[in-house]
Ligand binder design. Structure first.
Ligand SMILES: Cc1cc2nc3c(=O)[nH]c(=O)nc-3n(C[C@H](O)[C@H](O)[C@H](O)COP(=O)(O)OP(=O)(O)OC[C@H]3O[C@@H](n4cnc5c(N)ncnc54)[C@H](O)[C@@H]3O)c2cc1C
Length: 381
């Protein structure tokens, strides 16, 4: 069976590896002119690492990334309000969480695929399907036909648009700046996400490899907000004065050209993830806000389960296989999307009373409840 995948992001590449290991013929098409190590950092949490372990690529991810031991939410002075103890997670689920440069992760995943299956410069325009297969049409005028097609083409998926038309995105109320810094933290195994006194203000520095740190900063803004004069660096320097000096000093040293700025959206819940011979996964199916750090991890989980369902039931109609895959994933992705959105709203509590109330709420959550929530997300097998 020939399966085409649209999108060579974390979801598409992991799906390609999982299907290749099961003996399917695969091709991956990506709009980017080349897969170059661009972008900032990401945390691949224990659930994704458990999948990578089964796919045989966990060690390569550890080799390129940075194993974490704890992730704290703190107040604006970096005093811990809540903590995920990653050493406990590792002892419970077998794998810790790892921070890594996105480009490095993409290169690791590519190494687990045979030569000649990933095609770049192929932006999907639309697709048609009939009883015997799916034809994908690309903007460069070429096309390709397969038995099945998987849309792993992200938040603004052209695959999704082809089968379901336009679907609404939901603005998170947050805008976000990200980038990479040449920096070595004193405690590279710890992540402190500092929540400010104004609504939605959050900043973190995350070591992704020796001498390389990923930063992000969010705040509550209307969609479309721009730093005055387009000077991200000056704006961030000024806003980060609300936190310990390290943040403004470190992030203020970044060049404007190396700072990515995006508004954050999730996807309103789709009625279904598949139609005929076409199925969606990752952000294309259930994009979430990043407040739980789970978007890519959920794409990795999708990849695993989709490959398992396809391999187990090759005789069944695609619709049936895809509907079982969707059924196996819905409860968890709904939980992640909704919980993440709610955390974003909680972070918006600001002002002299609001932030104190919010911080007290975070601090008073019993460890047992935290662990229950963490287990619900990190439990994989
Ligand atoms: C600020 C921020 C921080 C985040 N932090 C984390 C984190 O720590 N941990 C985590 O798990 N998740 C995190 N996420 C979420 C994560 O980035 C996404 O969930 C993840 O990248 C989704 O993977 P994907 O493969 O589904 O889609 P994408 O990564 O978006 O990949 C889609 C691919 O499809 C290609 N493509 C798009 N359109 C077309 C087309 N028409 N034709 C062909 N190819 C196309 C693109 O070039 C891209 O390569 C974060 C997100 C944000 C915004």
């Amino acid at each position: 069976m020939q399966i085409n995948i649209i999108g060579a992001g974390i979801g598409g590449l992991t799906t390609a590896i999982a299907l290749h290991r099961k003996g399917f013929k695969i091709k991956v098409f990506d709009a980017a002119p080349a897969l170059r190590p661009l972008g900032a950092g990401i945390v691949m949490a224990s659930n994704a690492m458990q999948v990578f372990r089964r796919l045989g690529c966990a060690e390569a991810v550890y080799a390129q990334g940075n194993e974490l031991s704890a992730m704290h939410i703190t107040d604006h002075r970096r005093r811990s309000l809540q903590c995920i103890d990653i050493r406990w997670v590792k002892s419970r689920f077998g794998e810790p969480s790892v921070s890594i440069h996105r480009g490095a992760l993409q290169q690791v995943l590519l190494e687990y695929l045979p030569e000649g299956v990933v095609f770049t410069g192929k932006r999907l325009k639309n697709l048609t399907q009939d009883a015997s297969g799916v034809s994908a049409f690309f903007e460069d005028g070429s096309s390709d036909r397969s038995d099945l097609l998987i849309g792993a083409d992200g938040l603004r998926s052209a695959t999704r648009h082809s089968i379901f038309g336009t679907q609404a995105l939901r603005y998170s109320t947050h805008t976000c700046w990200r980038g990479m810094l040449d920096l070595q933290l004193d405690e590279p195994e710890l992540v402190y996400e500092c929540w400010g006194t104004e609504g939605g203000m959050r900043v973190a520095l995350v070591q992704v490899s020796p001498g390389k740190v990923y930063f992000y900063y969010t705040e509550k803004q209307n969609a479309g907000f721009q730093a005055p004069g387009g000077d991200h660096c000056a704006y961030l320097k000024q806003r980060l004065r609300a936190f310990p000096a390290l943040y403004a000093e470190a992030i203020g040293s970044a060049a404007n050209k190396d700072i990515f700025h995006d508004d954050l959206y999730d996807l309103t819940r789709l009625a279904r993830w598949h139609q005929g011979r076409v199925v969606l996964l990752g952000d294309a199916a259930h994009a979430t806000t990043p407040n739980l750090g789970q978007g890519a991890c959920q794409a990795v989980e999708d990849a695993w389960f989709l490959a398992e369902h396809l391999a187990a039931q090759t005789g069944e109609a695609p619709e049936q296989i895809f509907s079982q895959y969707e059924k196996s994933r819905r409860a968890k992705t709904d939980y992640v999307v909704n919980t993440s959105y709610r955390i974003g709203l909680l972070s918006n509590l600001g002002g002299p009373l609001g932030y104190r109330l919010r911080n007290a709420l975070l601090k008073s959550t019993p460890e047992s409840i935290n662990r229950k929530q963490v287990s619900r997300v990190f439990k994989m097998f």
